[in-house]
Design a protein around this ligand. Structure first.
Ligand code: PMP
Length: 413
């Protein structure tokens, strides 16, 4: 149990499950505000990695011996777990090496066979490069057009920005569930509904969504949804692609090789049904199994409770940072999830991150793999503080105190 009385949200008790959060850096207790880049791992997940590599390890789908059967059962059970987590069917859950691989898979497999010259793809200005460059590359190679939906970072995203770009040539609308820079929560259901109405497919980059709130892909009505295991308290090297079965069934494989075939003859190969059709070669066996354990861990608290807590922490952090003279929050819309980005009048974000690091505070600084967004708002970089289930108000007190130190160093006090 992760909360002692199962009623109140006990952040200290949750934090105690994370060995990394109980260590020191620069001789100070670690204050980890970089969860959007990667979430720390609870002991239950770490133990499962050791266990699955030490005594339960074997390749999957090909051995008839005991260990291989056990590993296959655990791997497929994890798929069931992920499918319940997203309210999808098991045949619609593809294990990839990460969200980036999931997006590239569809850009190649769907894109190369379904997109034609002069077709159009709509993206938003807030894409992570992972959900921008593959579509841009596809558009260039097909002589198709990219159309970009802009919005004011201080406001909610307005679906009209997408509607006004749509034409009868729009074949795909790809967008984030949550912006990794602004924390803006996108109206996923409405956008997917609109995509359906105009006969386009929808691709949701759920990297910063599925880690904060429950996702029901059927209710959202999306054709594709992806996330990375390492951002959901799980291991690196595994990601999830949900795809609408009807589309998965029609599009060709992306990678060819072992484990994705039905039958191989010298002159012709037939392929396995989804999802195995898209899982060529030895998959990320242990990371995929342990992702299921990470989901179990999350479920013992409940994403709804986690998000309720994170919202309060974000609100607190927002007020705290906003009250410091010379700190300017990028994305003043308070209805945000997971992240707060800011710039300071007196210092570059790299200097800020380096100085607060010496105080034990880990934040991210840079363009956050969102250069189009930075360019659109004349920024080179921002500093970003991001939260998880284990983040407390005091983490933002520590950040605020260390920002005062930044101001002192740069003569702004
Ligand atoms: N999209 C978003 C919104 C992200 O935040 C990230 C990771 N920073 C990615 C895609 C790419 O994820 P990965 O590097 O795990 O493939």
């Amino acid at each position: 149990m992760l909360t002692k009385d199962k009623k109140t949200y006990d952040v200290d008790f949750i934090k105690s499950q994370f060995p990394a959060l109980n260590r020191k850096v620069w001789d100070k207790p670690l204050c980890y505000l970089d969860s959007a880049a990667s979430m720390q791992k609870p002991k239950m997940v770490l133990d499962s990695i050791v266990n699955n590599y030490s005594v339960n390890y074997s390749n999957v789908h090909r051995g008839l011996h005991f260990l291989s059967e056990q590993a296959t059962i655990s791997y497929e059970n994890s798929r069931v777990n992920v499918s319940k987590f997203l309210n999808a069917s098991e045949s619609e859950i593809i294990f990839t090496s990460g969200a980036t691989a999931a997006i590239n898979l569809i850009a190649y497999s769907w894109g190369n066979t379904s997109l034609k010259k002069d077709d159009e793809i709509i993206l938003t200005i807030a894409e992570h490069h992972a959900n921008f460059v593959p579509w841009q590359n596809l558009a260039h190679s097909k002589e198709a057009k990219l159309r970009i939906a802009y919005f004011n970072p201080d406001d909610e995203f307005d679906i009209e920005e997408i509607k006004k770009l749509a034409t009868d040539k729009t074949k795909l609308i790809a967008f984030p569930h949550v912006s990794n820079v602004l924390g803006t929560i996108f109206p996923v259901k409405e956008i997917c509904q609109f995509a359906k109405e105009i006969g386009a497919i929808s691709f949701v980059d759920g990297c910063q969504g599925a880690i904060h709130f429950g996702v029901d892909v059927k209710n959202l009505g999306c054709d594709f949804y992806c996330f990375s295991g390492h951002k959901l308290y799980g291991p690196t090297g595994v990601g999830v692609l949900y795809g609408n079965y009807e589309i998965l069934d029609k599009i060709p494989p992306f990678l060819y090789g072992g484990d994705m075939i039905d039958e191989v003859k010298i002159n012709k190969t037939t392929f396995a049904d989804p999802p195995l059709k898209f899982e060529a070669g030895t998959p990320p066996i242990v990371p995929a199994i342990v992702l299921g354990v990470a989901i179990d861990w999350v479920n013992t608290i409940g994403l709804d409770k986690i998000f309720e807590h994170e919202k309060k922490v974000i609100e607190y952090g927002f007020e705290k940072l906003d009250s410091i003279n010379g700190v300017n929050i990028f994305g003043k819309n308070k209805n945000k999830a997971g992240v707060i980005s800011f710039v300071m009048d007196c210092a570059h974000s790299h200097d800020i991150a380096t100085i607060v690091d010496r105080e034990g505070v880990a934040v991210r600084a840079g363009h956050h793999c969102a250069q189009p967004l930075m360019e659109a708002f004349n920024l080179v970089s921002t500093t970003r503080a991001s939260v998880g289930s284990y983040t407390s108000f005091s983490d933002f007190d520590r950040l605020a105190d260390s920002l005062i130190k930044v101001k002192k160093i740069f003569g702004d006090l």
